[in-house]
Design a protein around this ligand. Structure first.
Ligand code: CA
Length: 239
Protein backbone atom coordinates (compact mmCIF):
# COMPACT_ATOMS: atom_id res chain seq x y z
CA UNK A 1 0.00 0.00 0.00
CA UNK A 2 1.10 3.48 -0.83
CA UNK A 3 2.04 5.71 2.11
CA UNK A 4 2.94 9.40 2.35
CA UNK A 5 5.24 10.41 5.20
CA UNK A 6 5.39 14.14 5.95
CA UNK A 7 8.07 14.81 8.54
CA UNK A 8 10.82 17.43 8.65
CA UNK A 9 13.26 15.57 10.92
CA UNK A 10 15.53 14.10 8.27
CA UNK A 11 17.00 11.26 10.36
CA UNK A 12 13.64 10.10 11.74
CA UNK A 13 12.19 10.30 8.24
CA UNK A 14 14.87 8.14 6.62
CA UNK A 15 14.73 5.59 9.40
CA UNK A 16 10.93 5.37 9.28
CA UNK A 17 10.80 5.18 5.50
CA UNK A 18 13.33 2.33 5.42
CA UNK A 19 11.53 0.41 8.15
CA UNK A 20 8.08 0.90 6.58
CA UNK A 21 9.51 -0.16 3.22
CA UNK A 22 10.72 -3.43 4.74
CA UNK A 23 7.22 -3.95 6.10
CA UNK A 24 5.57 -3.77 2.70
CA UNK A 25 4.67 -0.09 2.34
CA UNK A 26 5.58 1.92 -0.76
CA UNK A 27 6.72 5.13 0.93
CA UNK A 28 6.93 8.67 -0.46
CA UNK A 29 8.48 11.39 1.66
CA UNK A 30 7.87 15.11 2.04
CA UNK A 31 9.78 17.39 4.42
CA UNK A 32 7.50 20.42 4.37
CA UNK A 33 3.84 21.32 4.55
CA UNK A 34 3.41 22.96 1.15
CA UNK A 35 4.97 20.12 -0.80
CA UNK A 36 3.06 17.69 1.43
CA UNK A 37 -0.33 19.23 0.67
CA UNK A 38 0.36 18.93 -3.04
CA UNK A 39 1.51 15.30 -2.87
CA UNK A 40 -1.51 14.31 -0.79
CA UNK A 41 -3.79 15.96 -3.34
CA UNK A 42 -2.23 14.47 -6.44
CA UNK A 43 -1.09 10.93 -5.58
CA UNK A 44 -3.44 8.09 -4.59
CA UNK A 45 -2.21 7.31 -1.06
CA UNK A 46 -3.78 4.61 1.09
CA UNK A 47 -2.62 6.21 4.34
CA UNK A 48 -0.67 9.31 5.44
CA UNK A 49 1.62 9.97 8.41
CA UNK A 50 1.62 13.68 9.22
CA UNK A 51 3.94 15.50 11.62
CA UNK A 52 2.40 18.66 13.09
CA UNK A 53 5.43 20.96 13.38
CA UNK A 54 6.41 21.47 9.74
CA UNK A 55 8.11 24.24 7.77
CA UNK A 56 6.02 25.90 5.07
CA UNK A 57 2.60 25.04 6.44
CA UNK A 58 1.73 23.54 9.86
CA UNK A 59 0.48 19.94 9.85
CA UNK A 60 -2.98 20.90 11.09
CA UNK A 61 -3.41 23.30 8.15
CA UNK A 62 -2.20 20.62 5.74
CA UNK A 63 -4.87 18.31 7.07
CA UNK A 64 -7.57 20.99 6.97
CA UNK A 65 -6.78 21.70 3.29
CA UNK A 66 -7.09 18.07 2.30
CA UNK A 67 -10.38 17.62 4.14
CA UNK A 68 -11.75 20.84 2.61
CA UNK A 69 -10.76 19.47 -0.81
CA UNK A 70 -12.69 16.26 -0.11
CA UNK A 71 -9.63 14.04 0.31
CA UNK A 72 -10.62 11.34 2.77
CA UNK A 73 -7.37 9.35 2.92
CA UNK A 74 -6.80 8.13 6.51
CA UNK A 75 -4.30 10.36 8.34
CA UNK A 76 -2.28 9.48 11.43
CA UNK A 77 -0.75 12.51 13.10
CA UNK A 78 2.50 12.53 15.07
CA UNK A 79 2.34 14.68 18.19
CA UNK A 80 4.66 15.60 21.03
CA UNK A 81 4.22 13.50 24.13
CA UNK A 82 1.51 14.82 26.42
CA UNK A 83 0.22 17.42 23.95
CA UNK A 84 -3.42 16.42 24.41
CA UNK A 85 -4.68 19.66 22.86
CA UNK A 86 -2.83 18.80 19.62
CA UNK A 87 -4.64 15.49 19.50
CA UNK A 88 -8.01 17.17 20.05
CA UNK A 89 -7.26 19.80 17.39
CA UNK A 90 -6.11 17.02 15.07
CA UNK A 91 -9.34 15.10 15.40
CA UNK A 92 -11.34 18.30 14.86
CA UNK A 93 -9.46 18.87 11.60
CA UNK A 94 -10.15 15.33 10.39
CA UNK A 95 -7.34 13.12 11.70
CA UNK A 96 -8.11 9.42 12.05
CA UNK A 97 -5.49 8.46 14.61
CA UNK A 98 -2.44 9.85 16.37
CA UNK A 99 0.80 8.66 17.91
CA UNK A 100 3.03 10.53 20.38
CA UNK A 101 6.75 10.79 19.80
CA UNK A 102 8.82 8.83 20.62
CA UNK A 103 6.98 5.67 19.56
CA UNK A 104 7.66 2.06 18.72
CA UNK A 105 7.59 1.17 15.04
CA UNK A 106 5.43 -1.90 15.83
CA UNK A 107 2.71 0.34 17.25
CA UNK A 108 2.88 2.64 14.25
CA UNK A 109 2.63 -0.28 11.82
CA UNK A 110 -0.40 -1.94 13.45
CA UNK A 111 -2.16 1.43 13.62
CA UNK A 112 -1.48 2.04 9.92
CA UNK A 113 -2.63 -1.45 8.95
CA UNK A 114 -5.84 -0.99 10.96
CA UNK A 115 -6.52 2.42 9.39
CA UNK A 116 -6.14 1.01 5.89
CA UNK A 117 -8.31 -2.03 6.60
CA UNK A 118 -11.07 0.10 8.18
CA UNK A 119 -11.06 2.65 5.37
CA UNK A 120 -11.45 -0.11 2.79
CA UNK A 121 -14.41 -1.54 4.71
CA UNK A 122 -12.78 -4.51 6.50
CA UNK A 123 -13.88 -4.72 10.12
CA UNK A 124 -11.76 -7.63 11.34
CA UNK A 125 -8.44 -7.68 13.16
CA UNK A 126 -6.74 -9.23 10.15
CA UNK A 127 -7.11 -9.29 6.41
CA UNK A 128 -9.01 -12.49 5.65
CA UNK A 129 -11.52 -13.65 3.04
CA UNK A 130 -12.88 -17.19 3.49
CA UNK A 131 -10.06 -19.71 3.28
CA UNK A 132 -7.39 -17.09 2.51
CA UNK A 133 -5.76 -14.75 4.96
CA UNK A 134 -2.71 -12.52 5.02
CA UNK A 135 -0.18 -12.40 7.80
CA UNK A 136 0.91 -8.78 7.39
CA UNK A 137 3.62 -9.14 10.01
CA UNK A 138 5.36 -12.01 8.22
CA UNK A 139 4.23 -11.00 4.72
CA UNK A 140 2.91 -14.45 3.87
CA UNK A 141 -0.47 -15.85 2.82
CA UNK A 142 -2.29 -18.60 4.71
CA UNK A 143 -4.62 -21.01 2.97
CA UNK A 144 -7.03 -23.15 4.94
CA UNK A 145 -7.63 -26.68 3.73
CA UNK A 146 -9.21 -29.50 5.74
CA UNK A 147 -9.07 -27.36 8.87
CA UNK A 148 -5.33 -26.68 8.58
CA UNK A 149 -3.73 -23.35 7.69
CA UNK A 150 -0.96 -23.81 5.16
CA UNK A 151 1.67 -21.09 4.76
CA UNK A 152 2.34 -19.74 1.28
CA UNK A 153 5.48 -17.65 0.80
CA UNK A 154 5.15 -14.45 -1.21
CA UNK A 155 7.76 -12.11 -2.67
CA UNK A 156 7.58 -8.45 -1.60
CA UNK A 157 5.65 -7.37 -4.68
CA UNK A 158 3.34 -10.39 -4.62
CA UNK A 159 2.50 -9.56 -1.01
CA UNK A 160 1.78 -5.90 -1.77
CA UNK A 161 -0.34 -6.80 -4.78
CA UNK A 162 -2.35 -9.49 -3.00
CA UNK A 163 -2.91 -7.22 0.00
CA UNK A 164 -4.24 -4.43 -2.18
CA UNK A 165 -6.53 -6.80 -4.10
CA UNK A 166 -7.81 -8.35 -0.84
CA UNK A 167 -8.58 -4.86 0.49
CA UNK A 168 -10.80 -4.27 -2.56
CA UNK A 169 -12.32 -7.60 -3.63
CA UNK A 170 -14.89 -7.64 -6.45
CA UNK A 171 -13.69 -4.26 -7.66
CA UNK A 172 -12.14 -3.80 -11.09
CA UNK A 173 -8.58 -2.59 -10.52
CA UNK A 174 -6.68 -1.38 -13.56
CA UNK A 175 -3.02 -2.30 -14.02
CA UNK A 176 -2.12 1.39 -13.68
CA UNK A 177 -4.04 1.67 -10.42
CA UNK A 178 -2.37 -1.45 -9.03
CA UNK A 179 1.07 -0.13 -9.96
CA UNK A 180 0.32 3.15 -8.18
CA UNK A 181 -0.55 1.39 -4.94
CA UNK A 182 2.23 -1.19 -5.01
CA UNK A 183 5.22 0.96 -6.00
CA UNK A 184 6.38 4.30 -4.63
CA UNK A 185 6.93 7.48 -6.62
CA UNK A 186 10.59 6.80 -7.38
CA UNK A 187 10.21 3.19 -8.45
CA UNK A 188 10.45 2.32 -12.10
CA UNK A 189 6.78 1.81 -12.97
CA UNK A 190 5.67 -0.51 -15.72
CA UNK A 191 2.05 -1.63 -15.64
CA UNK A 192 2.91 -4.64 -17.85
CA UNK A 193 4.61 -6.34 -14.91
CA UNK A 194 1.29 -6.56 -13.10
CA UNK A 195 0.21 -9.34 -15.49
CA UNK A 196 3.30 -11.32 -14.49
CA UNK A 197 2.65 -10.96 -10.77
CA UNK A 198 -1.05 -11.72 -11.15
CA UNK A 199 -0.23 -14.94 -12.93
CA UNK A 200 2.25 -15.90 -10.18
CA UNK A 201 -0.43 -15.30 -7.54
CA UNK A 202 -2.86 -17.48 -9.48
CA UNK A 203 -0.30 -20.27 -9.55
CA UNK A 204 0.51 -19.98 -5.86
CA UNK A 205 -3.10 -19.63 -4.68
CA UNK A 206 -5.89 -20.51 -7.08
CA UNK A 207 -6.17 -19.97 -10.80
CA UNK A 208 -9.69 -18.55 -10.55
CA UNK A 209 -8.92 -16.17 -7.68
CA UNK A 210 -8.00 -13.22 -9.90
CA UNK A 211 -9.98 -12.67 -13.07
CA UNK A 212 -8.83 -10.62 -16.01
CA UNK A 213 -11.31 -8.11 -17.42
CA UNK A 214 -9.96 -7.47 -20.85
CA UNK A 215 -9.15 -3.80 -21.42
CA UNK A 216 -10.24 -2.91 -17.87
CA UNK A 217 -8.04 -4.67 -15.34
CA UNK A 218 -8.24 -7.36 -12.69
CA UNK A 219 -10.82 -8.45 -10.15
CA UNK A 220 -10.22 -10.54 -7.05
CA UNK A 221 -13.18 -12.90 -7.10
CA UNK A 222 -13.92 -14.13 -3.56
CA UNK A 223 -16.24 -16.93 -4.80
CA UNK A 224 -13.48 -19.53 -4.78
CA UNK A 225 -12.56 -18.51 -1.23
CA UNK A 226 -16.06 -18.55 0.21
CA UNK A 227 -17.58 -21.71 -1.31
CA UNK A 228 -18.23 -24.68 1.02
CA UNK A 229 -14.97 -26.53 1.50
CA UNK A 230 -13.31 -23.96 -0.76
CA UNK A 231 -9.82 -24.44 0.59
CA UNK A 232 -10.04 -28.21 0.30
CA UNK A 233 -9.40 -28.06 -3.40
CA UNK A 234 -5.67 -27.92 -4.00
CA UNK A 235 -4.74 -24.22 -4.05
CA UNK A 236 -1.66 -24.49 -6.23
CA UNK A 237 -2.78 -25.10 -9.78
CA UNK A 238 -0.91 -24.33 -12.92
CA UNK A 239 -2.46 -22.48 -15.83
CA1 CA B 1 8.56 18.47 13.07
Amino acid sequence: MRLLLIEDEEALCQELAAELGRRGFAVDISHDGIDGVFMGETEPYDVIILDLGLPGLPGLDVLARWRAAGISTPVLILTARGAWHEKVDGFHRGADDYLSKPFHIEELVVRLQTLVRRSSGHGGAELAIGCLKLDEQRQIALWQAAGQWREIDLTGIEFRLLRYMMLYPKRILSATQLVEHVYDFNDEKDSNVIEVYVSRLRKKLHRELIRTRRGQGYVLDPTVLLADGAGDKPPAQTD
